[in-house]
Ligand binder design. Structure first.
Ligand SMILES: [Fe+2]
Ligand SMILES: [Fe+2]
Length: 220
């Protein structure tokens, strides 16, 4: 388990300083879990403004208004949208697999399901609210073209998530496994299309402006 930095009881004016120092002290690829009360957005905005390219910030789970987020020190600067969003696909795949093995073993998988669901919904929000509108503007597509297809698939993915979420809450193991199978088939094809076509297209179209887009996406 990564060490924790609990900022929930720290006075507001000292939080950023502690966070920045923790990042500085991390070894490359080192990770800590940061606990914040409410949204960590102002902290994250400042971290992005002052240390962009040197870290990954990933919100993990929320409970009672308290967020747990992972802060990892990068060993190399972020290069592309393809790298950023593909890494998130991989992370979500890992969270799904961990949840699935818990369900298959007949164990309580509610916490693992929450982690997976939070990650999946955040990824979709990043794409639909942050990435797709910028991509459409850049390509002059206005909601048509590849992002329209991806949005349609997101609708299906979200429906499956809702169904799986209901099953997870009720402890319906068979229902969760059945919906999970459909989910995996759908997400595999969806991610492949994004990683092989949409993301590289975007990297090429955005060119030097990719970094501005990545800074925006990092705030989700
Ligand atoms: Fe997507
Ligand atoms: Fe994606």
């Amino acid at each position: 388990m990564a060490p924790e930095l609990d900022l929930t009881q720290v006075p507001q004016e000292r939080r950023y300083e502690m966070l920045a120092r923790a990042l500085q002290m991390l070894p490359p690829n080192g990770e800590i879990i940061v606990l914040t009360q409410g949204a960590a957005r102002p902290l994250l905005q400042r971290l992005i403004a002052e240390h962009w390219g040197r870290f990954d910030w990933t919100p993990l789970a929320e409970q009672g208004g308290c967020w747990r987020s992972a802060l990892r020190k990068r060993d190399a600067p972020l290069q592309s949208l393809t790298e950023f969003l593909s890494a998130d696909h991989e992370r979500i795949d890992g969270l799904y697999s961990r949840m699935l093995s818990m369900v298959q073993a007949g164990r309580d998988a509610r916490a693992e399901f929450r982690l997976f669901e939070t990650a999946m919904r955040r990824h979709i929000a990043m794409e639909e609210e942050g990435f797709f509108p910028e991509f459409d503007r850049m390509m002059g597509l206005e909601g048509q073209g590849p992002t329209a297809v991806m949005r349609e698939e997101h609708v299906e993915i979200r429906e499956l998530l809702d169904r799986m979420s209901g099953c997870a809450a009720e402890g319906d193991r068979a229902g969760l496994l059945a919906a999970g199978e459909t989910f995996v088939t759908l997400i595999e094809q969806h991610n492949l299309k994004e990683q092989q076509m949409l993301y590289p297209m975007a990297d090429e179209a955005f060119g030097a402006q990719t970094d501005d887009l990545l800074r925006k996406l990092a705030l989700y």
